[in-house]
Design a protein around this ligand. Structure first.
Ligand code: C2G
Length: 132
């Protein structure tokens, strides 16, 4: 079984996330998502609308996702790859080059981001609509 691993916050789930997860799953047979905890989001200077538990609930309902594990810090990726026998690590290409150190442990693939959508854009647009 070819195992794929990706990470993210996946807040206010949108089609950019789904495009990423669908393409990531196509690279193997089993997709693990390292979901950023609320505490790790604070380290990433991100504040998710949905809690970790609710973001996990949503991700686990997606047909492409086989398993969700917590992403608690920047330094767990090598051990995650090793402990889960991961063959392919995947991220959107806004992260291109940032995780090349994982090439010693598995394949590393950066996929083109979906243009025109982001959680930040959703929040901004909703704020604008409600304050016009
Ligand atoms: N993504 C995408 N297209 C978008 C928006 C997001 O392909 N329009 C991808 C990102 O590149 C990432 C994944 O969807 O691979 C999740 O995005 P975020 O939830 O924003 O994750 P991020 O904050 O980038 O966290 O250790 C890695 C970090 O946890 C990544």
């Amino acid at each position: 079984m070819r195992k794929v691993l990706t990470y993210g916050t996946f807040d206010l789930l949108h089609y950019g996330h789904i495009n990423l997860l669908r393409r990531a799953k196509k690279l193997g047979d089993y997709l693990i998502v390292g979901l950023s905890t609320d505490e790790f989001n604070a380290i990433k200077h991100k504040e998710a609308y949905h809690s970790y538990e609710n973001r996990k609930l949503i991700l686990e309902a997606i047909r492409y996702v086989d398993e969700v594990i917590p992403e608690k810090d920047w330094n767990q990726k090598i051990s995650d790859v090793q402990h889960n026998d991961v063959d392919v690590f995947v991220m959107g290409d806004d992260w291109k080059g940032k995780f090349d150190f994982l090439k010693d442990y598995c394949e590393v693939v950066y996929l083109p981001r979906t243009v025109g959508i982001s959680t930040t854009k959703i929040k901004h647009d909703l704020f604008t609509i409600n304050n016009e």
